[in-house]
Design a binder for this molecule. Structure first.
Ligand SMILES: [Ca+2]
Ligand SMILES: [Ca+2]
Length: 256
């Protein structure tokens, strides 16, 4: 028999435990994904939005980091996103990149077409650093990771995750699953408009490979990013209760 005080202690303990989230990667949910391109032989979007990319310039699908990846020639190859996704207060980009050329030139991950107020541009700057920009954001348009893709970081797979919160006025850059830098920056939402992955209005082309290009409308934590890096999006979602991705994956894989 527990004493009265003992009972209260147990109740308090139960109440505290029930507040701890059951999932260690609670943010990785299918409905928080606004764009997911696994590049399994095509540019089909895994998310519920169905924002399929359009492959231009003769881009190829080759063996990638996880299954297939898209290979861009650094000249005119690009994956166009021809639908506006919208303005986001929280956004996480998670993707694999392998840069095989155009070192020290602009190399685009995801740039909205044009450059107007609110637009997101996300690319390697000619200074070789990962750069994230929102046109007109308080504190300046641009903010940078420390990490550079140059030298020995060329011709190899690098996992990159960039996480922005307008509410917290912070941006976090992660490289290969580890925090590279946290910057105080911004406060405005970023707009995902019609865009190019691997190119911007016929310029700044990516030369090399891109794989598992995923955008979330939430702030992912380091452990979420590590899970995505280690397991890949398909496995990560399949182990989440309530995420029914098998059908979607089948439809993505069946399109040649
Ligand atoms: Ca081409
Ligand atoms: Ca893939």
């Amino acid at each position: 028999m527990l004493s009265k005080i003992g009972e209260i202690q147990v109740l308090v303990l139960v109440a505290i435990i029930s507040l701890i989230p059951a999932q260690s990667f609670a943010e990785i949910k299918a409905d928080s994904i606004v764009l997911a391109l696994p590049f399994e032989g095509n540019a089909k979007d895994l998310s519920d939005n169905g924002t399929d990319g359009e492959v231009e310039g003769g881009a190829k699908f080759v063996d990638g980091k996880i299954g297939k990846a898209v290979e861009l020639d650094g000249k005119d190859d690009v994956v166009k996103i021809n639908k506006k996704i919208g303005a986001l207060e929280e956004v996480s980009f998670v993707h694999w990149v392998n840069s095989t050329g155009r070192d020290a030139q602009w190399r685009v991950f995801f740039n909205n077409n044009g450059w107007k107020a609110g637009d997101i541009h996300y690319q390697l700057h000619p200074n070789k650093q990962i750069e994230f920009s929102i046109h007109g954001n308080p504190g300046g348009n641009d903010t940078f990771a420390k990490f550079m893709i140059t030298g020995k970081e060329m011709n190899k797979w690098v996992h990159v995750a960039t996480v922005y919160s307008a509410k917290e006025k912070k941006i976090w850059f992660y490289v290969n699953g580890k925090l590279d830098v946290e910057n105080k920056w911004g406060g405005n939402p970023g707009v995902l408009d019609k865009a190019g992955i691997g190119g911007w209005d016929g310029q700044r082309q990516w030369q090399g490979l891109l794989d598992e290009f995923i955008i979330f409308n939430t702030v992912l934590e380091e452990k979420d990013i590590q899970t995505l890096m280690d397991e890949g999006i398909e496995k990560t979602l399949s182990i989440q209760p309530g995420n029914k991705v098998a059908t979607t994956w089948a439809s993505i894989r069946n399109v040649n």
